[in-house]
Write a protein that binds this ligand. Structure first.
Ligand code: DX5
Ligand code: ZN
Length: 219
């Protein structure tokens, strides 16, 4: 399976968002990771569907995966699907009825993702594995960029990889938080095939150089 590098725009320069997105795509990014924070589910506030639809209106046709850290999430799912998200990824804690929320994403025509925080067990995945196209493992507590990778996430990745293999379904396994050239190899060895990186990419002066370093270290 090919590996995806997914720059998180949270670390981009928002005064030049279009230019930043174009720059990481030119540098070899596979998807744009769009972090949505509500100052309720997580203690930070970022951007909403308006910004995502602005990227679409500006002509960006790249894959965009929207990571929704908002609660309650249901009312916003449709807005993000309509804004043009290819993947909408939600936390089980952000909805009363996970099965319904995941179905809602698919019914809107997007792909559905489920995301597990460092302290959230994976159990529920087996109940909804038929409804998801992406599993995201948080390797930091959600809410901020620039935090350190939590090593126990590697065990969780291995468990998730096994559950995905058992399901026999074509599901992406993404890792998010503190990913950099020094640890991406460990995440890949533990089964991840999609790697979110904010600070490591946008904090580097040469996006192409850091993205090739990330790719090189996956191998
Ligand atoms: C954290 C976000 C991450 C974050 C990653 O809540 O979900 O996507 O932006 O940033 P880095 O790569 O800096 O840890
Ligand atoms: Zn994220």
């Amino acid at each position: 399976m090919n590996h995806w590098i997914c720059p998180s725009i949270l670390a981009a320069d928002f005064t030049r968002l279009g230019t930043e997105v174009q720059a990481v795509l030119d540098a070899g990014a596979d998807t744009i990771h769009f972090d949505v924070m509500d100052n309720h589910y997580v203690p930070n506030l970022s951007v909403g569907p308006l910004v995502l639809s602005s990227l679409r209106k500006a002509g960006f046709d790249c894959t965009i995966d929207a990571h929704l850290m908002v609660k309650p999430v249901d009312r916003l799912i449709g807005d993000f699907v309509e804004a043009g998200a290819d993947y909408v990824t939600i936390h089980p804690e952000s909805t009363e009825h996970l099965h319904r929320s995941l179905s809602q994403i698919r019914e809107g025509g997007a792909k559905a993702g489920i995301v597990f925080n460092p302290a959230t067990p994976l159990e529920v995945l087996s109940e909804v594995v038929d409804l998801v196209d992406l599993v995201l493992i948080m390797s930091v507590n959600p809410g901020f960029g620039g935090q350190s990778f939590i090593p126990s996430s590697l065990d969780k990745l291995r468990q998730a990889r096994e559950m995905i293999e058992v399901s026999g379904r074509n599901i992406r396994l993404q890792i998010d938080g503190g990913i950099k050239p020094e640890n991406i190899g460990d995440a890949a060895a533990a089964g991840a095939d999609a790697f979110v990186a904010g600070t490591a990419i946008f904090g580097h002066s040469d996006y192409a150089e850091v993205i090739s370093a990330l790719r090189r270290n996956i191998a």
